[in-house]
Design a protein around this ligand. Structure first.
Ligand SMILES: Nc1ncnc2c1ncn2[C@@H]1O[C@H](COP(=O)(O)OP(=O)(O)O)[C@@H](O)[C@H]1O
Ligand SMILES: CC(=O)N[C@@H](CCC(=O)OP(=O)(O)O)C(=O)O
Length: 258
């Protein structure tokens, strides 16, 4: 099979209909087999607030109680996934929407409660992504579109950070064909100064990451993204780039190296 492109689209982009439309057009134009993973954390937080449910994030991950799990399942696996699939289909991309439960696509393990009890949050185990399902869908010319809802294989849905889903899917895809992973979000790349769009860091390695963390230059939602990116390059993914969604087809952004 030709080189596979796995793209993650972040929640701040999804929150803007105009930015999403521009991204969908660029993604549909990408040649070769491809997959999309989407977040939607911002919309979930807003809808939860409308229902009187407070949202709490720790290290870029949502504390997910029973009520919150229902909200995120409706928002990620429902509204956002189906809107994206409809828009991609309209743009000529044969998309198929999936949660981790569909076709046993992504199996995860509930996080044990430690210093923090994350509730219904799952981490993807080694071999948790169904490679044969991916191969079947890609061979059929379909573009899988994954939400951040996974399943423990025993009937319980779990909330998983979408960046972690993206890196696990990319690692699984690399067993089918060489795979590139692109994290798209609203900023120009990983920034040295989060307020300065011109301060893009061209390259991050495990050593520079540790230094940037210690300086406090990288925080919150950027942590699971770079953790996932480093895991992906260490596990056989050919290249990982973090860049602006609208620049999907252009050069630039931050390259992650092992
Ligand atoms: N060094 C950094 N460069 C860019 N963004 C950063 C950095 N450190 C923290 N961030 C924050 O991380 C956010 C992206 O993470 P997150 O909100 O989880 O978005 P996504 O939905 O794209 O995963 C950015 O909007 C920014 O506020
Ligand atoms: C466990 C956990 O934190 N899950 C994430 C899943 C969505 C996500 O990752 O969305 P973004 O890409 O928009 O951040 C959450 O509920 O926020």
């Amino acid at each position: 099979m030709e080189r596979i492109t796995v793209v993650k689209i972040g929640g701040n982009v999804i929150d803007s209909p105009e930015a999403t439309a521009r991204f969908v057009e660029a993604f549909a134009a990408l040649e070769g087999p491809k997959m999309l993973i989407h977040g939607g954390g911002k919309l979930a937080t807003r809808l939860a607030a409308q229902l009187g449910i407070e949202s709490r994030m720790v290290d870029g991950r949502r504390i997910t109680d029973r009520e919150t799990l229902d909200v995120v399942t409706m928002v990620y696996a429902g509204l956002i996934n189906k809107r994206l699939v409809a828009a991609l289909s309209a743009a000529g991309c044969r998309a198929i929407g999936l949660s981790g439960a569909d076709g046993d696509a992504v199996t995860s393990v509930r996080r044990a409660a430690g210093a923090v009890d994350y509730g219904y949050v799952g981490d993807i185990a080694e071999g948790g992504v169904n490679v044969e399902l991916l191969r079947t869908l890609l061979d059929a010319g379909l573009t899988p579109v994954f939400s951040a809802i996974t399943c423990d294989g025993r009937g319980t849905l779990l909330n998983t950070n979408a960046d972690s889903v993206a890196s696990a899917v990319a690692v699984a895809a690399s067993r089918i064909a060489p795979t590139q992973l692109v994290f798209c979000f609203e900023k120009a790349g990983v920034l040295r100064d989060v307020e300065d769009e011109r301060s893009v860091i061209a390259e991050i390695t495990p050593d520079t990451y540790a230094a940037l963390r210690a300086e406090g230059a990288i925080s919150a939602g950027m942590l699971p993204k770079i953790d996932g990116a480093l895991r992906a390059v260490a596990s056989g993914v050919e290249s990982v780039v973090i860049k602006q969604a609208e620049a999907l087809l252009d050069a630039g952004g931050t390259t992650i190296r092992g």
